[in-house]
Design a protein around this ligand. Structure first.
Ligand SMILES: Cc1cc2nc3c(=O)[nH]c(=O)nc-3n(C[C@H](O)[C@H](O)[C@H](O)COP(=O)(O)O)c2cc1C
Length: 358
């Protein structure tokens, strides 16, 4: 029996999704501040240590491949706890240069029958200065930490570069990598920054601002024709160190929860899985392994994770499945990956990246 599924989840799912989220995040922040349940004990329970799971990507060593995706800890309030819960890295944010409230609530919806979420948070952020303060006060961290940055809603796209650069400058030295989020569907016109001309300029200037810290770009799963390939070319020309695929989708593939399906926002979780994997496959075909990829979207089992590695991902992230499966998820996925590796006779994850094409 899973304590989370049988006990905690039914209680959490009785409240509004964002209220439940805030309550859990508050508990995690409290735990970080006063680790009464010793972090060591929980880490012993949830951590997996095995050299076969090690990944080196964009100059950073990751002891474990599965990390926390952006959007859950937007303000770096519980940074330590993600490692304690067995994740190999955590991406914080999206962080905007100035604080902003995001969209009006309700703006986060559960679709339990689909194991999915729809959100239209709209970059609620305490702002880069406050996040920098939080990180500065709690560092160093046991796992690599990424800072995912975006633009303020009121900033027009013509001035977007200044916002990304301002956020990076305020967070410089505090993150192991930066991610440029140009793929949230909830900030008007944000995805237009993926157009090749805008993309290249944004990456170039962000890379210059980040100094020696690698800069990644997170793309959408909703590209038409060869627009994704053109975006990827621009990302590489601009000097990015990697690509994250993908963000949430505006499409609504075969949902059971038809009432909720019409909520505006980005869909994540199980129904996103194949679209996200297809996006990774296309990005990998274009990058040819020149830069590492982080695969995210609908990962709930070790088989899902394996599929994304085969499609070309070096590292992986999860968000939605954590809401449905609870705190044992990272361990379950890591142990499951080790089982698959044993079965396939694979000694390191690097051996399988992109192998479905060979
Ligand atoms: C409530 C919520 C908020 C999110 N906020 C962000 C965000 O601020 N920045 C970002 O890059 N991605 C954000 N995401 C997208 C996730 O990082 C991830 O790309 C997406 O949910 C797909 O992964 P999943 O299917 O494992 O959830 C958010 C997702 C959810 C569900």
């Amino acid at each position: 029996m899973s304590l989370y599924r049988e006990l905690a989840r039914p209680i959490l799912f009785r409240s509004d999704a964002e209220d439940a989220h805030l309550r859990v995040l508050h508990l995690l922040a409290q735990w970080q501040a006063h680790p009464k349940v010793s972090a060591d004990v929980v880490q012993q329970l949830l951590h997996v240590a095995d050299p076969r799971l090690h990944v080196r990507a964009f100059g950073v060593d990751f002891a474990l491949p599965i990390g926390l995706a952006a959007g859950l800890d937007k303000h770096a309030e519980a940074t330590h706890t993600w490692g304690w819960l067995g994740f190999g890295h955590a991406e914080l944010g999206t962080i905007t240069p100035q604080p902003q409230p995001g969209n009006p609530r309700p703006r986060l919806f559960r679709l339990p029958a689909d194991e999915a979420l729809i959100n239209r948070m709209g970059f609620n952020s305490v702002g880069a200065a406050k996040v920098a303060e939080n990180l500065f006060a709690t560092r160093p961290f046991a796992i690599p930490i990424g800072c995912n940055v975006g633009k303020n809603k009121e900033t027009p796209n013509e001035a977007a570069v200044d916002d990304y650069v301002a956020a990076i400058e305020q967070l410089r030295g505090l993150a192991d990598w930066f991610t440029l989020n140009v793929s949230s569907p909830n900030t008007p016109d944000l995805r237009k920054l993926q157009a090749p001309g805008a993309m290249r300029a944004l990456v170039e200037q962000s890379v210059a601002a980040a100094g020696t810290t690698p800069v990644l770009v997170k793309v959408a799963p909703d590209f038409e024709d060869d627009a994704l390939e053109q975006t990827v070319d621009a990302v590489l020309e601009g000097g990015a160190a990697g690509v994250i695929a993908s963000n949430t989708t505006l499409t609504r593939p075969n949902l059971r929860e038809t009432a909720r399906a019409s909520e505006t926002g980005g869909l994540s979780g199980a129904p996103l899985k194949h679209l996200a994997t297809a996006t990774i496959r296309r990005v990998y075909a274009r990058t040819q392994g020149k830069v590492p990829l982080i695969g995210v979207g609908g990962i709930a089992t070790a088989e899902d994770a394996w599929e994304k590695l085969l499609a070309g991902a070096d590292l992986l992230q999860v968000y939605s499945a954590l809401i449905f499966a609870g705190p044992g998820l990272a361990k379950e996925l890591h142990l499951g990956l080790l089982d698959i590796m044993e079965g396939e006779g694979v000694k390191s994850l690097a051996e399988v990246v992109g192998q479905e094409r060979r």
